[in-house]
Design a protein around this ligand. Structure first.
Ligand code: SF4
Length: 378
């Protein structure tokens, strides 16, 4: 069995928007990131905890599993604290089931809509007429929400395929829990609407994607495409901006600035990708780009053996106060040490959150709009 499907649910947003991207990136090297590894590890830990809570494994089995997991560099108190949010949420959901089942890390087959499509649902719950899938997202770089989320929708189509014959399901709920962003979001849809989406939207695009056909389409989804560095369509779309019909005047006016602002995030990302690609070839394969050279960046001096440095300084006659600088541990480190509750009890009154650096973002951004103190006052 292949480990990754060509049309995976996790990359579905991309191949649904740009069907030929699936085959285009098929032979490009996979990008393994430490964040992905950490995410996989977090899922394993959560699975063991939930299985223990619902008595699927006993105390000894739990201890053995946790002992193995605790050897990983990803195993930290911070990870356990964050996972606790998901685990408590999941256990509460499982315990509230009146008439149905709960499945953990359930393989789901949605090949009825997507060729060879399968994936794993972190938590699948069926209770009377309702089917719910809860998906854990351990990352914090990109906020993921349940609304219109194609990945979890495909999982639900897979779950319906498997369980509809056993349960009379008419409504589905899709929930995403992203504990590091303190976010739990849910979308509820009628089964018939989701199936219609699967038949009329997903199926035709998946067929095109599987055959490597359809139109290339660049957009925000390009950031997770392995072809993003050298994709011609993406380059063309970004270069189109340069050809915008600007006025023949020395200074840009507001309308022209706004046109650029609307595309600035994608252009910055694209420019960074091109730079990363060129740099990586120069560093790793000795590629020479005409007119460019590799240089060393600025670096700071550092001691190679701090223990010996301290010994020498003591021998030289310096006191401890002259050798070391005492500094307070960070808020995060102290919070980890004391636990959230104790930290708030002891130090809550001494913590303030200064105003963050102001950033101009699109209106659709989920963060609340900043109001200046004058505006607040009025
Ligand atoms: S980079 Fe964007 S446009 Fe190019 S193949 Fe990937 S998703 Fe499609």
């Amino acid at each position: 069995m292949k480990k990754h499907a060509l049309l995976s649910a996790s990359s579905s947003k991309r191949w649904l928007m740009c069907p030929p991207s699936a085959r285009l990136e098929e032979n490009l090297p996979e990008e393994k990131t430490v964040y992905a590894e950490e995410g996989t590890f977090a899922h394993k830990v959560a699975e063991v905890f939930i299985n223990f809570h619902i008595q699927k494994i006993n105390k000894d089995e739990f201890a053995t599993e946790m002992n193995k997991l605790s050897k990983s560099p990803f195993y930290t108190q911070e990870l356990l604290d964050y996972l606790d949010i998901y685990i408590s949420f999941a256990v509460e959901k499982i315990n509230s089931i009146k008439n149905g089942i709960a499945l953990i890390e359930q393989r789901l087959d949605f090949s009825q809509y997507v060729p060879e499509g399968f994936g794993t649902g972190d938590l699948v719950l069926i209770d009377e007429n309702l089917l719910e899938i809860v998906d854990l997202k351990y990352g914090r770089g990109v906020a993921v929400e349940a609304q219109d989320n194609t990945q979890i929708r495909l999982y639900v189509l897979g779950a319906l395929n498997q369980f509809e014959c056993l349960y009379d399901i008419d409504t589905v709920k899709m929930t995403i829990c992203q504990p590091r962003l303190d976010s739990i979001t849910t979308e509820e849809v009628k089964v018939k609407d989701l199936k219609e989406w699967g038949e009329n939207f997903v199926k035709p695009r998946a067929e095109l994607a599987y055959k490597g056909e359809g139109e290339f389409c660049a957009g925000e989804h390009c950031r997770f495409c392995r072809a993003r560095f050298t994709c011609r369509k993406r380059a063309e779309e970004n270069l189109k901006l340069i050809k915008l019909d600007f006025k023949n005047e020395a200074l840009l006016d507001d309308t022209e600035v706004l046109k650029i602002l609307n595309r600035i995030d994608e252009i910055k990302r694209w420019a960074d990708d091109i730079y990363t690609y060129a740099l990586s070839l120069a560093v790793n394969e000795g590629k020479v780009w005409e007119g460019f050279k590799l240089v060393e960046g600025r670096s700071n001096r550092k001691f190679i053996d701090e223990k010996k440095v301290v010994e020498k300084l003591f021998r030289y006659g310096l006191s401890e106060g002259e050798i070391y600088t005492r500094s307070l541990n960070s808020i995060t480190a102290l919070e980890r040490k004391l636990g959230k509750e104790k930290f708030n009890e002891i130090l809550g009154d001494f913590v303030i959150k200064p105003q963050g650096k102001l950033t101009l973002v699109k209106e659709t951004d989920k963060r609340p709009e900043f109001n200046s103190p004058q505006e607040d006052f009025s």
